[in-house]
Design a protein around this ligand. Sequence first.
Ligand code: SF4
Length: 181
Amino acid sequence: MPTMTMTREQLSALATESLTAAEEAFAAHRQHAAPAMSRIQCVAGCEYCCHISVGVTAAEATLIAGHLAGQSRLKRDAVLRGLKRVAGVATGARLAKRIACPFLAKKSCSIYAIRPFACRGWNSADAEACRRMLETADQGFPVPVYRPQRELFAGAAAALADRLGAGASGELCAMVLKALG
Ligand code: SF4
């Protein structure tokens, strides 16, 4: 069903269903991939990658917008200011100016449970490489990744984008602002 004919509730439900299915598939994968995955160095509080632009579908953006609507006015307004500041700023400029994702709070993702597919897929086998990517503002800096994780969530995001039709994807901040109306 194309995005334009779907209600916010339908879009949020579709995002939740897709995210849950992808996490279940990933949990099954982890059961036999523990040795390979042990090289991943991502830990709570490491936030280098949260300075890169993130792509989302309209369904993910609507789910996040709904979550924001339920926050206190103080929190919502702070995030809104951040979304407006960051929307449309390219990754290169964000790295150079160290502009973090507006959902990053105290070095943690404030929307962790509903974070986008792109964030779920990102991983690094070398935190030092992530640090250097940020320090050099070089989005092409080679960061070794565990590919199956990246591919599983990228595939799920692509399947969701296909279901929603053309033009239903974009940059996280711009898409959440759009979903907020
Ligand atoms: S949504 Fe969360 S995990 Fe993704 S870039 Fe923003 S703060 Fe980081």
